[in-house]
Design a protein around this ligand. Sequence first.
Ligand SMILES: NC(=O)c1ccc[n+]([C@@H]2O[C@H](COP(=O)([O-])OP(=O)(O)OC[C@H]3O[C@@H](n4cnc5c(N)ncnc54)[C@H](O)[C@@H]3O)[C@@H](O)[C@H]2O)c1
Length: 377
Amino acid sequence: MSKIRLGILGGGGDSLIGIVHRIASGMFDEFDLVGGCFNPDPNENMSFGKKIGIKKRRIYDNFESLIEAELTLPIDERIQVVSVLTPNFLHYPMAKKLIQNNFNVICEKPLTTTYSEAQELELEVKKKDLVFAVTYTYTGYPIVREMKQMIKDGVIGKIQKIDLQYYQGWINPIIKDPELRKTVWRLDPNKGGLSCCIGDIGTHAFNMAEFLTGMKIDKILADLNYLYPENQMDVDGTILVRFSEYCKGVIRASQIATAEENSFTVQIYGENGCFKWNQENPNYLYHLMEGKPIQILKPGNPYLSKFSLKSSKLPPGHPEGFFDAMGNIYNGVAKTLREVETNDGSYPSISEGVRGMMFIEKVLESNKNGNIWIKLD
Ligand SMILES: NC(=O)c1ccc[n+]([C@@H]2O[C@H](COP(=O)([O-])OP(=O)(O)OC[C@H]3O[C@@H](n4cnc5c(N)ncnc54)[C@H](O)[C@@H]3O)[C@@H](O)[C@H]2O)c1
């Protein structure tokens, strides 16, 4: 069986997430990276493309020329899926043109820079019946998938409270210096979009809350911190969330949580027990039960569900990390493209990307209007 031909936009040698996608796409021997535009600088683009083994003729100057040239190729040579790994403001124009020309897409989060752009893309994807994944990477961890399955199976009973905290500190030294701020695209509204902290990491927490519980958040109340009056982008936020009158919680996100690295902590409380998980230690799922000793679940063990086990490649005790989580998302996309499976949560779809954009906009609206409750769609 031939591999799925993959193209990449962005994700060059200077990027954070590029290597994660390249390694992840090769993890299950499903994809072959055959073309792309990795950097807007033509020299950097060409030298990086060559370095990773792309044929010169398929290292394109921009996304328009990639689409144009690939469409002239016979169908069995043409790129089938394109991963969009650029700064946020480029996701929408790139994804839109790709969809219009019938390419499947794997797009980084946040999906776009506005909710309406995201809705527009979703309509097009549905019309064309394309596969469109949005890489909320953390949903790919095998033990996170176990947590989802156990919650679905009722192991902790009806959910009554959630608490998700995504704390980083990397913006702290930057935000203090107005000159340094200008060097970070995430702090530039023209490139990052509406939001920095909530768009970058709060959206992961929102997606995780809905992914794990299988429920939709109904209302939010947000309090954001911009830290300095002239800074235009949020760098911290606390958001009260309500699924219903009897199931509430909090999403906390920060990029000025001094000295934190990538501490994404998830706590889900049901009527019979609770699950706790932290991204910096992703192979341990803590299951707490009233009046009983704590249980720690680890990936790859036979006591886990099929959903979790099919996301592990190695026997128990071999750590599964961030690359593996992304690999599982790519694998989900491959299985759907090959029509071996339909998407059962093995990759986050465009609908999750659209909800993420809705969440960002509503959080900003709540904060701007004096921290009021806002109903989500
Ligand atoms: N899923 C996750 O866990 C996760 C983690 C980090 C970043 N991200 C997302 O990934 C995206 C990229 O983030 P990053 O941290 O890798 O950014 P980055 O600034 O490190 O890298 C961006 C890359 O895009 C390239 N680029 C810029 N403009 C381009 C253009 N016009 N054409 C082609 N390439 C272009 C740059 O040269 C660079 O290689 C963002 O949307 C971000 O939110 C997601």
